[in-house]
Design a protein around this ligand. Structure first.
Ligand SMILES: CC(C)(COP(=O)(O)OP(=O)(O)OC[C@H]1O[C@@H](n2cnc3c(N)ncnc32)[C@H](O)[C@@H]1OP(=O)(O)O)[C@@H](O)C(=O)NCCC(=O)NCCS
Length: 215
């Protein structure tokens, strides 16, 4: 399968290696607004983001993955490109352990040594980063990011756009509201409302997303 990677920074390096860990995929391009025009170097196309629209007109068999860590930006790119879901590919690194009873949406990337356990559901354009654990029966919505070594224990619910910081733990049965951020190393033991930043052990809401300090 031919894959064009959208975003060509640090996160895309890891996604590149995840793609190359799978013999079924071939990278044919990188799109990023740091490129002003479209060029072909070797067999790889480089160009700005919106050249994706021209590419699909010329190549019926290319698929995309968005390799950008920021959840809001991934959502905005999906909106701008307005492609159907079948234009996006799900990337799973060969070293990840993915339960056959789990479901993973299009555009989602599952990084090295991560684990997705039984009956979990992951939405679209989400990142399950290096060594993250998503335990049984968890539900993760679209445009989320589970950072390296974060652990969602069983039956955790994440609404759209949630970001879980590196090494954070969410105990069973907790729901985190849409577009909230959990700080690195936090332990979440209570429900977290939408549009908040929560940090610490146990995690407490520190900010609401308009930058207003709660305490
Ligand atoms: C939580 C986080 C998003 C806050 O970032 P921010 O909005 O810029 O907030 P600030 O740095 O201004 O910090 C606000 C307060 O929270 C505290 N804080 C920030 N992050 C914290 C954390 N992880 N744990 C405990 N306290 C934290 C700060 O000390 C500060 O406290 P104060 O108001 O008493 O001085 C960020 O610190 C964080 O942990 N991000 C996760 C990064 C990560 O894991 N990335 C993965 C990349 S793959």
């Amino acid at each position: 399968m031919k894959v064009v990677v959208i975003g060509h920074g640090g996160h895309s390096k890891v996604i590149t290696e995840a793609i190359l860990s799978n013999d079924d995929y071939e990278i044919v391009g990188y799109l990023d607004d740091k490129y002003e025009g479209v060029s072909l170097v070797g067999n790889i196309i480089y160009g700005p983001l919106l050249s994706a629209i021209t590419l699909v007109d010329h190549f019926y068999d290319i698929n995309f993955v968005i390799a950008i860590g920021n959840n809001e930006i991934r959502k905005e790119i999906v909106r701008k490109l307005n492609f159907s879901d079948n234009r996006y590919v799900t990337i799973i690194h060969q070293s990840a352990v993915v339960s056959p009873t789990s479901k993973i949406g299009v555009g989602t990337v599952v990084m090295p040594n991560s684990v997705i356990n039984a009956d979990s559901e992951i939405g679209k354009h989400t990142i399950i980063n290096t060594g993250a654990i998503v335990e049984h029966d968890s539900e993760i919505s679209n445009f989320c990011h589970i950072a390296p070594r974060a652990t969602l224990t069983g039956d955790v619910q994440l609404e759209e756009g949630v970001s879980i910081g590196a090494g954070a733990t969410v105990i069973p049965g907790v729901t985190i509201g849409s577009w909230s951020t959990i700080g690195a190393g936090a332990v979440v033991i209570n429900q977290i409302p939408s549009y908040c930043t929560a940090v610490g052990i146990p995690a407490k809401v520190k900010k609401v997303k308009k930058g207003e300090l709660i305490d």
